[in-house]
Design a protein around this ligand. Structure first.
Ligand SMILES: O=P(O)(O)OC[C@H]1O[C@H](OP(=O)(O)OP(=O)(O)O)[C@H](O)[C@@H]1O
Ligand code: HPA
Length: 183
């Protein structure tokens, strides 16, 4: 690693920190209205959703609780195989709870598809999904996502929790990586 700033590794920024925060503030108004008397349990999917969970829940003014799951997709490459293993399960019993899954990105939708069927088997009172970013391929999988921050093109993106080889999660903006990073 050289001493350059990580933002130098982006070819272009898709969404700035300010745009992301403004969108989250809008979504929080909508979610507060839906969940104001429901003590919603927000379930974040580690590791990518850490940023969006922290920011979205602090934009909200109603009572919320937070819990986390860690899951791992088998298979090679950058895409989820859809065969998923739970590495860390919830601490909370979600039976009869109002649940909102919080994701950083839905790409193929395979991770979410597994997660939804797993969580539904625990019989929550309601189950909805919020994601900061969604790619077009998600349409190929039958996953209903009620709250979407931004629909983005089918490019590999980093920042705001999204990583490449474990790095770039701490970038505030979201953008595409420059080719020199891969070489
Ligand atoms: O729609 P899909 O194609 O299944 O991809 C989306 C999943 O991929 C990312 O997680 P990843 O497995 O990279 O783990 P991370 O959150 O720790 O980066 C992201 O946080 C989603 O959970
Ligand atoms: O575009 C992406 N970037 C980072 N992580 C991801 N996981 C699925 N899609 C992506």
């Amino acid at each position: 690693m050289d001493a350059s700033h990580i933002a130098d590794d982006l070819t272009h920024v898709l969404y700035t920190d300010a745009q992301i925060q403004a969108r989250l503030a809008e979504m929080a108004v909508e979610l507060d209205e839906v969940y104001k008397d429901k003590n919603v349990l927000m379930i974040g999917v580690l590791n990518g959703a850490v940023m969006v969970m922290a920011d979205l829940s602090r934009h909200m003014t109603s009572h919320v609780e937070n819990d986390w799951m860690a899951i791992s997709s088998y298979g090679s490459g950058t895409q989820s195989s859809g065969v998923v293993r739970i590495l860390k399960d919830l601490n909370t019993d979600i039976h009869d709870r109002h649940v909102l899954v919080v994701e950083d990105i839905i790409d193929t939708g395979l991770t979410l598809s597994y997660l939804i069927s797993n969580l539904l088997s625990r019989e929550p009172a309601s189950l909805e999904v919020m994601t900061m970013f969604r790619k077009p391929d998600a349409a190929n999988n039958d996953v209903e996502v009620k709250y979407v921050g931004f629909d983005i093109p089918n490019e590999f993106v980093v920042g705001y929790g999204l990583d490449f080889a474990g790095k770039y999660r701490n970038l505030r903006d979201v953008g595409t990586l420059a080719p020199h990073v891969y070489s």
